[in-house]
Design a protein around this ligand. Structure first.
Ligand code: ZN
Length: 385
């Protein structure tokens, strides 16, 4: 048993500076006032810092210099997980950008291994971003691998027996029957990289898609007579919207509009992080394409955005400092809401008795000091103590 004391505790529901969080065997077992902490319990002082549910990132392409597409292995997942822990992320979906089937198969095997006991702490499942996307809205995804799914692709997408599988697809490319089949198999479906008309987007949601991937980016925009996928996602109250709040992918005005348009709880933060996150590197290769970090952005030779250079802590800082979103709400956008989207709440995303002890400690400047993953403490350098 360990007692986390002297913290401002953001439980996901309330904020309380008079609470001690007790963790045992990887779980939160109690929240209680200091005088009720049992004698003999090891106390760990957070020195007045903040404690919140660990961040949950539904879209992580890489980190620590590793790109999951390039090295779809358990070892790479370990590197990526450690890099993102420095940004407060305690749970994430490794994300495969549109690629050949063998790469996706290797990724699935790596995630399955990472999810086994003694695997990689923090891995929650797999995000297949493509390849069933619209070439018109492909962004950085290679055109050569895009297309509608074959039976083998659907077998693959439904092949992970544990954890969460999230598939990003374009409804106008796959059709509603495929969405129905994936949803019926327990796969979370998000629409994205899509030129869907408003009606096609609605049909996708009716068939079982529950969210959109990086709202605004790589999707049919909101027009007056054709609201597109952006309009459908903003207007449909139940639809979850992941968004990249790095100050580059989405204009702050568009971010604020989304925040006001969506019901509380349906807008959440993703990093869409690339290998430079949590590392010193400033160049990498995506397939054959050289990508450079310039001014906080990952871009190809034509200046096209290729994922982001942020972690979720940076996205939370952007929401608080640039958009004026209250800290508690920005924290929920990085943990509770993605947990709900992925079907992981209330076990994750909240500090409540019974929840997994996935926690983040940060100071007034929103700099991450420590994280706990299933009760194991890691310093901000990513080393286990
Ligand atoms: Zn994308």
């Amino acid at each position: 048993v360990e007692a986390l004391v002297d913290a401002i505790v953001h439980t996901g529901e309330t904020c309380d500076s008079g609470l001690v969080v007790l963790i045992e065997a990887g779980r939160v077992v109690d929240l209680l006032p200091p005088h009720r902490v049992p004698a003999g319990v090891v106390r760990h002082s957070l020195q007045g810092d903040h404690l919140a549910p660990g961040f949950i990132d539904a879209q992580v392409n890489g980190g620590g210099g590793a790109l999951f597409n390039q090295t779809p292995s358990v070892a790479a997942l370990g590197v990526i997980a450690a890099a993102h822990r420095r940004g407060g992320t305690t749970g994430f979906l490794p994300t495969i950008i549109s690629d050949q089937r063998p790469v996706r198969q290797a990724a699935l095997a790596a995630v399955a291994a990472a999810l086994r006991p003694g695997g990689v702490p923090g891995v929650l499942g797999l995000h297949l971003e493509g390849p069933h996307l619209n070439p018109e809205r492909r962004g950085i995804h290679p055109a050569a691998v895009l297309g509608p799914p074959a039976e083998a692709d659907l077998q693959l997408a439904t092949g992970l027996r544990v954890g969460v599988t999230l598939v990003t697809l374009a409804p106008e490319v796959v059709g509603v029957a495929v969405i129905r089949r994936l949803a019926a198999a327990g796969v979370r479906v998000a629409l994205g990289h899509s030129a869907a008309a408003y009606d096609q987007a609605l049909a996708g949601f009716a068939a079982g898609a529950t969210g959109v991937t990086h709202l605004y980016n790589a999707m049919s925009p909101l027009g007056s007579r054709e609201p597109g996928l952006v309009g459908a996602a903003l207007d449909q109250p139940e639809v979850w919207c992941g968004i990249i709040a790095d100050g580059h992918h989405v204009h702050d005005a568009a971010l604020r509009l989304a925040w006001r348009a969506k019901p509380v709880g349906r807008l959440f933060l993703v990093s869409d992080a690339m290998p430079p996150v949590g590392s010193e590197i400033s160049t990498f290769t995506l397939g054959e394409v050289p990508i450079t970090v310039e001014g906080g952005r990952c871009v190809d030779a034509e200046g096209r955005l290729a994922g982001s250079a942020i972690d979720l802590a940076a996205a939370v800082r952007h929401c608080v400092r640039r958009l004026g979103i209250p800290l508690d709400e920005a924290l929920r956008m990085a943990s509770l809401y993605p947990a709900r989207f992925l079907g992981l709440a209330p076990e994750r995303g909240l500090i409540v008795p019974g929840a997994v002890a996935d926690l983040v400690r940060f100071d007034e400047a929103l700099t991450v000091r420590e994280v706990w993953v299933s009760g194991c403490r890691h310093s901000s350098e990513g080393a286990r103590r």
